[in-house]
Ligand binder design. Sequence first.
Ligand code: ATP
Length: 246
Amino acid sequence: MTGGTNGSTAGDVILKVEGIDVFYGASKILFGVDLEVGRGRTLALLGRNGAGKSTTMKAIAGIARPRKGSITMEGQNLAGERPDIIARAGIGYVPEDRQVFTMHSVEDNLLIGMKKGIRGQEDWTLERVYDTFPILARMKDRRAGLMSGGEQQMLTIARTLMGNPDVLLLDEPSEGLAPIIVQAIGDLIRTLRETGVTIVLAEQNMHFCLGISEDAAVIDKGHIVYRDTIAGLRANEEVTKRYLAI
Ligand SMILES: Nc1ncnc2c1ncn2[C@@H]1O[C@H](COP(=O)(O)OP(=O)(O)OP(=O)(O)O)[C@@H](O)[C@H]1O
C-alpha cells in the first residue's frame, strides 16, 4: 500500500475498517481491507469496475459478512452484525441499485425512513428534507416508481437521511445518470457535508469526487492499494493511471 505523507484522516476517527476479508461462495473478494474515516469528513473509495467498492460498502452495512477483520463505529464492533443493527448504530446505506418503494408516494418513502439518530437526534425532518431537496417537495405525492433514475437516487439519499445517520455510505450515486443530474447529485453531497455528516462515497470517477471529498482510498482487486487526501491522489499520476479508469 502506498500513500501520501499526511495520511488520509488525521484526528477523530468515527469509522474504522480493519483487515476485512469477504468471500462470495468460494471466491475471495476482499483481502484485508483497511479504511479509516474521520468524523465529519468525506472519504472517496475509488476503483475500477469490479475492484471491490460495493462489496466493501456492503460489508460495512452488514449485507456481506466479513469472514475476518473488524469494523468499528465509535469503538463498537459491527462486523458480522445484521443490517438493521448496523443502521441503528448510526450507519445509513444508500445502495447502488436505489431501493425505493415504487408503489408508495415520495412522502411515504420518506416517512418509512424516519427514525431518531443514535444520539436521539432528529436533525432530519420532512420539512428539512423538502428544503434541501426541493425537487422532492414538488413530487411529494408522486408514486416513487414513476420517478426518473436521478430523482429516485435523490429520494433514496433523502430517505436514508431521515434515519439521522452519523455516517452515510453512498455507493456510486452518479452511476448511469445524465451529466446534469450527476452535477445535481454532486451539489447535494456538498450541501450534506456542510451538515457535518460523515460520508463514504464509492465511485469509479475521481473527477466527480474532486471538490466533494477530502480523503481518498483506492481499491484494486480487493486490496486497498493507496490512501491519501484526494488532492494527493489527483497529483499522483502513476496511481491514477494504474488503478483508475481515467
Ligand atoms: N454476488 C456475487 N457473487 C459472486 N461474485 C460477486 C458478487 N457480487 C460481486 N461479485 C464479484 O466481486 C468482485 C467485486 O465486485 P464489486 O461489486 O464489489 O465491485 P465494484 O468495485 O463495486 O464494481 P462495480 O463498479 O462494478 O460495482 C467482482 O469481481 C464481482 O464480479
